[in-house]
Design a protein around this ligand. Structure first.
Ligand code: SF4
Length: 81
């Protein structure tokens, strides 16, 4: 599934949730000024196009019709910086 979702640049995945699908809704970082961080130095901040988000939600739903988020145990994660 991951190769059919829209991702920009490197995907930083939480090690506690290594296999859950990610939904990217933004790229880059709105701050991007922390001296210790190089995660998004080359990625300008922007919102994902709504069409990408809709396509990715449909893809996640096809792979897992019971996928939900917003609970204490989400079945997919929303990726923002
Ligand atoms: S991603 Fe986090 S740590 Fe890195 S520059 Fe942005 S706010 Fe700072």
């Amino acid at each position: 599934m991951i190769d059919r979702l829209h991702f920009t640049g490197t995907v930083y995945r939480n090690p506690y949730w290594p296999t859950w699908p990610l939904l990217e809704i933004t790229q880059g970082c709105t701050h991007n000024k922390c001296k210790f961080c190089t995660m998004y130095k080359d990625v300008p901040f922007r919102m994902s196009p709504i069409q990408w988000i809709e396509e990715d939600l449909q893809e996640i739903a096809q792979c897992d019709p019971d996928a939900r988020t917003g609970s204490s145990i989400p079945s997919f994660l929303i990726l923002t910086a």
